[in-house]
Design a protein around this ligand. Structure first.
Ligand code: HEM
Length: 92
């Protein structure tokens, strides 16, 4: 059966940032897909701190600046939360 992707607005994404985060889970966006990076944090070769730089926001640019060769789509399979949409799109 068709399972619709969960839609996530920037305001919800921001509640999963590095600071003032009551959810204790850390999300980022890569190419429009929202990922929960929390389980991956201890395994990142570049360290947790670098990952947290993109928590709560779009990480695509920084990711591609650092290591465009890394296959994030495969690595983060199972960590996908949904897709990023605008606040306006959310109201539809
Ligand atoms: C290294 C994954 C986000 C900084 C790596 C490596 C992987 C990886 C697999 C090893 C690459 C290699 O040796 O060829 C990921 C994933 C990310 C992510 C899945 C997103 C969820 C970021 C971000 C930064 C970053 C946002 C911020 C600048 C680094 C650095 C290294 C690294 C500096 C090099 C570590 C070293 O070799 O000493 N990452 N990364 N990563 N990553 Fe990330």
């Amino acid at each position: 059966p068709f399972v619709p992707l969960r839609r996530i607005a920037p305001s919800e994404l921001a509640t999963h940032g590095a600071r003032k985060n009551e959810t204790k889970t850390y999300w980022t966006v890569l190419e429009g897909k929202v990922y929960d990076m929390t389980p991956y944090l201890p395994y990142h070769p570049g360290g947790e701190k670098e990952l947290l730089r993109v928590a709560g926001k779009d990480g695509t640019k920084l990711f591609n600046l650092t290591h465009p060769w890394v296959n994030w789509d495969n690595m983060l399979r199972g960590c996908e939360v949904g897709i990023l949409v605008s606040e306006n799109e959310m109201l539809k």
